[in-house]
Design a protein around this ligand. Structure first.
Ligand SMILES: NC(=O)c1ccc[n+]([C@@H]2O[C@H](COP(=O)([O-])OP(=O)(O)OC[C@H]3O[C@@H](n4cnc5c(N)ncnc54)[C@H](OP(=O)(O)O)[C@@H]3O)[C@@H](O)[C@H]2O)c1
Length: 204
């Protein structure tokens, strides 16, 4: 599968390394265009290419990995969505990554806001609850699999992302809808930044 990324920073690069290891391809994009991404794709290696945002969004699965404050403008600039899966890896912090000033998002989950700004996309919340060093670490440690959480309103899209995560080596826990599961796994929720490993039989 070819997966696009909107954003080419820490989360997008860690995600790219992980899915490249699972033999998928990645089209990585930012706001400055493919020429600015030469060094990053060369470091990511085989299977990674630099793309325009339009090129990345044309993939059947796309990771959103931009700072929270940039989300509305980023999504507004993209071409119309045509049923692609949009993985929402974003967390609601103001300012640059590493500045953990929480953004007020009212009583919706952040993924519900993302879904409202991306009509036509099938939004799945995933990858946001792991910090980059954890995403870069092997998902299997001492015979146990790292748990990854997902939430979505579209069951088919959720299943597809679950399969992607399982391909990467994770044990996946489905937290339910974008609202209920989103609130549990997004920053500020009880599972954000918590790490679990599952031993024993690999649950499918
Ligand atoms: N870092 C983590 O451990 C981690 C873990 C889980 C979730 N997250 C979440 O993931 C998101 C990204 O975090 P990060 O750490 O990857 O941030 P980052 O390293 O600052 O990277 C942000 C990326 O977004 C791109 N970008 C900004 N505006 C854009 C636009 N309009 N169109 C396309 N690309 C745009 C930037 O590219 P330009 O050069 O074009 O500005 C940059 O490549 C945040 O919401 C964060 O909360 C981060």
């Amino acid at each position: 599968m070819e997966i696009g990324t909107i954003g080419a920073g820490d989360l997008a690069q860690a995600f790219a390394k992980r899915v490249l290891k699972a033999r998928h391809k990645v089209k990585i994009s930012n706001s400055r265009g493919p020429d600015s991404l030469r060094e990053i794709v060369s470091q990511l290696g085989r299977g990674a290419t630099a793309a325009t945002r339009e090129g990345a969004v044309a993939c059947e699965m796309v990771l959103l990995a931009v700072p929270w404050d940039n989300v509305p403008e980023t999504l507004a600039r993209l071409p119309k969505w045509n049923n692609q899966i949009l993985i929402d890896g974003v967390n609601p912090f103001h300012g640059k990554a590493g500045n953990f000033t929480p953004a007020n998002v009212g009583n919706l989950s952040t993924s519900q806001l993302v879904a409202a700004l991306a009509p036509g996309a099938r939004v799945v919340k995933a990858f946001n609850h792991m910090l980059v060093p954890n995403l870069e670490a092997d998902p299997v440690a001492n015979g146990a699999r790292r748990v990854a959480f997902i939430s979505a309103d579209d069951d088919n899209a959720k299943k597809r992302v679950q399969t992607l995560l399982e391909n990467c080596g994770y044990s996946v826990v489905d937290l339910g809808s974008l609202r209920d599961g989103g609130l549990i796994q997004q920053a500020g929720g009880p599972l954000a930044g918590r790490y679990f490993f599952e031993r024993g039989e690999y649950h499918k």
